[in-house]
Design a protein around this ligand. Structure first.
Ligand SMILES: [Zn+2]
Length: 139
């Protein structure tokens, strides 16, 4: 399994609302919430952002999407991310509809403009016991 991040940056701390999402990452399953009216969304919430329903289920996403936008981080926000620079922070439009912010890996940070609207797929970085980060790479 590749290790995409070299730095020692902080890892997410699951909350009761986000715990099912992070439980999915343990098995490398990208989980999204879906309300009783069929709206699929990301990030995890207590109510649907479209219809405010609180009847929510978790569904597994395909892990596929397209690159919507990006920025290249060349100067770290903290020393914990210094070893990772330059890296690409990307907005991915998932095939299921929601847009997700993540990292785009396995690409040249100076060539990402060419990848706009191109297909990407999820890859996993096991960053802690029982918790993996979903990143994306060009297909
Ligand atoms: Zn809804």
């Amino acid at each position: 399994m590749p290790k995409y991040r070299k730095g020692t940056g902080p890892i997410p701390r699951p909350t009761p609302v986000t715990q099912p999402f992070w439980d999915g990452t343990r098995e490398h399953r990208l989980m999204l919430q879906k309300c009783g009216n069929g709206h699929v969304f990301y990030y995890a919430r207590t109510h649907c952002p479209v219809c405010l329903s609180n009847e929510l289920d978790w569904v597994e996403a395909s892990g596929r999407g397209r690159l919507y936008s990006y920025t290249v981080v060349r100067r770290p926000q903290s020393e914990a991310f210094a070893e990772d620079c330059p890296y690409v922070v990307a907005a991915i439009t998932l095939d299921e509809g929601p847009r997700m912010t993540s990292l785009l890996v396995e690409c040249d940070p100076d060539g990402v403009q060419e990848l706009i609207d191109r297909p990407v797929e999820v890859v996993w970085d096991d960053v802690a016991e029982g918790l993996a980060m979903p990143y994306f790479r060009p297909v």
